[in-house]
Design a protein around this ligand. Structure first.
Ligand SMILES: [Zn+2]
Length: 445
């Protein structure tokens, strides 16, 4: 019987699984909205909360403040074999803003309802922060050392490019990551149930790069009543429309190739990379995520010109969000210029590199083993993220980065839609599953 006298006196045993939802809820209740202009509340309170959770079991976490309120917490946990290279587990503590009026529950209340923790950051990525804390606390509580050094980094500012978080730590305090060769973080490790024999867990091994661009066309200014064969708006709009409709060529990268190989093996069917429409149909809910990693993309997002209805302006501008695949940056820029034509001046306002690592090695084995032990129909597969994460900064230190924040999800949950979405939420069972997998993963890492 579980209702023994000893248990009544001691209370229920606290474990990583038993406290992970609470930690996730606590983190969600700390508003860390990142508006990208420094006007938000910052991450200081979250950094302090994380530090307390770690200090409770004797660790000595350090808090680094890159600018007022922009704080990150880092700690190193000694492993059994200190001669082995370290493993970094990183998560960001900031979130994108949320408009409470749109939500079922207040996005910063951390409501636990219908088997889920609700709130901004529930999947991006206070879930992984909470799982990491719960696992590490449990290991410290029960005196289980990791096989090698672990560095934990809970960082600020990922949602605005990481300048005050990961980028700052990598540039100003690289010594924190001394000897670290591999890392896990977002966005990967979540499940996609194909059928009752196969559940894929998508591990991120690559990220697209980006160019945020301004396009400018100079024309001949003049009176709106006059004929003008050099109207900047007309010229720019034609170029923008061409670009918006342009379909960049299909490019199967190493990661997408490996994804397709794994998928066709899991399904026991041939998947023709040339016929991706068919493949994407099989993928249902995650087709959007995979589809956008088959080619470069450039989406016009802003237009600007003119100041009065009867004045033809001398200049028109547009902004474009461009994303390129690992290995295809040059081709992307050449394609852009060809499509835009000679009249358009193109400037890159902000760019970031693409990254890619192989889906191989002992760490990938450890992921497979840990997943399989908790879910017999699990199969980890690599994929390319269409966006960017802090992995781009950590990769500058020569660290191999994987998106592995293990979560088992109900088949009908629109997980991709949760990121930055309304009613962002994470199943409590998914968090508990993640705790068990991460714990096994650390044992095997
Ligand atoms: Zn994120």
């Amino acid at each position: 019987m579980s209702d023994s006298k000893a248990e009544r006196v001691a209370g229920p045993k606290v474990t990583g699984e038993s406290e992970v939802a609470e930690i996730c809820r606590d983190l969600i209740r700390i508003d860390t909205s990142n508006y990208g202009d420094g006007s938000g509340p910052g991450e200081r309170k979250a950094a302090e909360y994380v530090a307390e959770q770690l200090a409770e079991f004797g660790l000595e976490p350090q808090i680094f403040e890159s600018a007022k309120g922009r704080a990150s917490t880092v700690v190193r946990i000694e492993g059994e074999d200190r001669s082995r290279p370290g493993l970094l587990i990183h998560g960001h503590t900031d979130v994108v803003p949320a408009n409470a009026a749109d939500w079922t529950y207040d996005p910063f209340a951390g409501e636990i309802a219908d088997g889920c923790v609700w709130g901004r950051g529930a999947v991006d990525m206070k879930d992984m922060d909470a799982m990491t804390l719960a696992v590490v606390r449990d290991r410290l509580r029960t005196g289980r050392k990791p096989p090698r050094d672990l560095v934990l980094a809970f960082v600020a500012d990922e949602e605005a490019g990481g300048t005050y978080g990961a980028r700052y730590l990598v540039d100003k305090h690289p010594g924190l990551f001394e000897g670290v060769t591999e890392a896990i973080g977002e966005v990967g490790g979540f499940s996609f149930t194909v059928n009752d024999q196969v559940r894929l867990y998508l591990v991120e091994t690559a990220e697209k790069g980006m160019h945020w661009m301004r396009l400018t066309v100079e024309g001949r200014a003049g009176h709106g009543s006059m004929e003008n064969d050099d109207n900047a708006i007309t010229e720019l709009c034609e170029a923008v429309a061409r670009l918006g409709r342009h379909k960049f060529p299909l490019r199967i990268t190493k990661t997408v190739r490996a994804f397709l190989d794994e998928l066709s093996d899991a399904l026991g069917v041939e998947l023709d990379p040339e016929n991706m429409d068919e493949t994407l149909r099989v993928l249902g809910g995650i087709a959007k995520m995979i589809g956008t990693t088959l080619r470069n993309t450039a989406q016009p997002t802003m237009l600007g010109a003119g100041y009065k209805v009867n004045v033809i302006p001398g200049q028109a501008t547009a902004h474009v969000d461009g994303r390129f695949l690992p290995g295809y940056e040059e081709e992307f820029l050449a394609d852009l210029d060809r499509v835009l034509g000679p009249r358009v001046k193109r400037e890159s306002l902000h760019s970031d590199k693409a990254i890619e690592t192989g889906f191989d090695g002992a760490l990938v084995e450890a992921m497979q083993l840990a997943l399989k032990a908790e879910d017999p129909i699990a199969r980890a597969v690599p994929y390319c993220l269409s966006g960017g994460t802090d992995a781009k900064s950590f990769q500058d230190l020569g660290i191999r980065c994987f998106g592995f924040a293990p979560l088992q999800l109900p088949p009908d949950l629109d997980f991709a839609g949760m990121f930055h979405g309304v009613d962002e939420r994470v199943p409590v069972d998914g968090l508990k599953f993640g705790v068990r997998v991460l714990d096994r993963f650390i044992d095997a890492c």
